[in-house]
Design a binder for this molecule. Structure first.
Ligand code: NAD
Length: 434
């Protein structure tokens, strides 16, 4: 999602890059996260009662949102908010607007948030929300009514020390501003109720680039740990939205060659490395990376199979499955998207010695700076960009070090190491509370 700016004009600002998202080949996301949870629970020999507590969401809300559309018709939408776990702090997680949103997906993403916040040691739990809708086919007014209606319906579960939403795919800073405004009508001025807001309304500097920056940090650290010279590394990135484009920009600043990037419309390739600034200019004028000058076309499927050192899936869940995993040539995968590698593909990677830096570590930069935003709102004080980036760097490095140490010490995959590290913290907090 593009949280970088809000358009000053009344045009619709909700990102639409995922509008024609094809059905993911592996849609049971809840099964993915459940399998990953279970592997870690078995590895940790986690007691059964704590397993039950950690596996089960605390609260699941399904709400009806009637919206009077511009054509006068009343349309009914369904929204979800799943609060998975809050033993370490208030529920925290994004809100997704997409036509494939369902309770199953939201439930799975909520659990991921619990592990992610624990891994980077921010005092939050995990939640996720979503509305089944196609934001690309809705006007600004319709989106505003939908967002305000949703906020009213989930109001009873929200609170600055209870549940703090954020943007996700299909939502952005403008949507967060509407949520803050609607919540404020009932509770008074409360900027800390959402993160990912416009900077002008209390958003944090650096939040727009935070997830991509976190991806850059773990890519750099993983390259160092596994003997890849980042200055000469060849890298392909699938997805050129908020996360993929910032990751491309920041990683190319380290000297790496980004040889291919893609979006929903297709991809581009340049043997000597893409000029990311020029690609960004092309995207700003055409809306896609496709046909950027001086590049060759490559399909999304071909991009995954390129002869590169590092592959960064930064689009959607389920892009690497047992159907294409054996064609992937990269030896290092950085999961910038949530759940891009299915469990069976993950097992293949493990047996082939391919290292996968898991989503709960690779894309945790976003929630980390969301935490900084919340802290700044509570302090009523703005940090400068250097401070935000410095604090982010420290949190990401410390999470990376803990995962890498466990990976090496226990001879387990990076994913199992990350889940174990995160679940230990949540389990310990549960034992102390119950
Ligand atoms: P976005 O909507 O800004 O960008 C998504 C990109 O993927 C776009 O370039 C889009 O064209 C492309 N895309 C969509 N369908 C595709 C397909 N089938 N094949 C190839 N490309 C496709 O979203 P984002 O915020 O960049 O999020 C990307 C991923 O990162 C999501 O999985 C999201 O949940 C995850 N994530 C995002 C954040 C954040 O702060 N933005 C934080 C954590 C995780």
């Amino acid at each position: 999602m593009s949280t970088a700016t809000i358009a000053p004009s009344p045009s619709v600002t909700v990102d639409n890059s995922c509008s024609d998202r094809p059905s993911a080949p592996y849609t049971n996301f809840n099964q993915i996260t459940h399998e990953q949870f279970q592997q870690a629970a078995d590895h940790m020999k986690l007691e059964r009662e704590i397993q039950l507590l950690l596996r089960t969401p605390y609260r699941e809300l399904i709400v009806q949102i009637p919206v009077r559309m511009d054509n006068g018709r009343l349309e009914l939408f369904y929204g979800y908010r799943v609060q998975h776990n809050a033993v370490r702090g208030p529920y925290k997680g994004g809100i997704r607007y997409h036509h494939e949103v369902d309770l199953n997906e939201v439930r799975s993403l909520a659990a991921l948030m619990t592990w992610k916040t624990a891994l980077v040691d921010v005092p939050f739990g995990g939640a996720k929300g979503g509305i089944t809708c196609d934001p690309t086919n809705m006007s600004r007014n319709e989106l505003q009514s939908l967002t305000r209606g949703f906020t009213q319906k989930i109001d009873m579960g929200l609170g600055i020390y209870r549940d703090i939403p954020a943007p996700d795919v299909g939502t952005n800073a403008q949507v967060m501003a509407w949520i803050m405004d609607e919540y404020g009508k009932k509770h008074g001025y409360t900027p800390a109720i959402v993160t990912g807001k416009p900077v002008n309304l209390g958003g944090s500097l650096g939040r727009d680039q935070a997830t991509g920056r976190g991806v850059m940090i773990v890519t750099r650290e993983a390259c160092k740990a596994f003997g890849v010279d980042i200055k000469n590394a060849r890298i392909a990135i699938q997805g050129f939205g908020n996360v993929g484009s910032w990751a491309a920009r920041l990683i190319s600043n380290l000297g790496a060659k980004i040889v291919a990037v893609s979006d929903v419309k297709g991809g581009i390739f340049a043997e000597k490395g893409l000029d990311i600034d020029k690609v960004l200019t092309h995207v700003a004028s055409t809306g896609s990376v496709v046909d950027a000058p001086g590049t060759q076309p490559v399909s999304n499927e071909e991009l995954l199979m390129l002869d590169v050192d590092v592959l960064i899936p930064a689009a959607l869940g389920g892009s690497i499955t047992d159907k294409n995993v054996d064609d992937v040539k990269a030896k290092l995968i950085i999961e910038a998207a949530n759940s891009p590698v299915t469990p069976s593909a993950d097992a293949r990677f493990l047996s082939r010695g391919v290292r996968v830096v898991p989503d709960i570590l690779a894309n945790a930069g976003g929630v980390t700076v969301s935490y900084f935003e919340w802290v700044q709102n509570l302090q009523q004080f703005r940090w400068d960009l250097d401070k935000v980036n410095h604090e982010l760097e420290q949190r990401m490095i410390s999470a990376w070090n803990a995962v890498h140490f466990r990976h090496t010490n226990e001879n387990i995959s990076l994913r199992l190491a990350a889940y174990t590290e995160a679940m230990m913290k949540v389990a310990e907090a549960s034992r102390q509370r119950f």
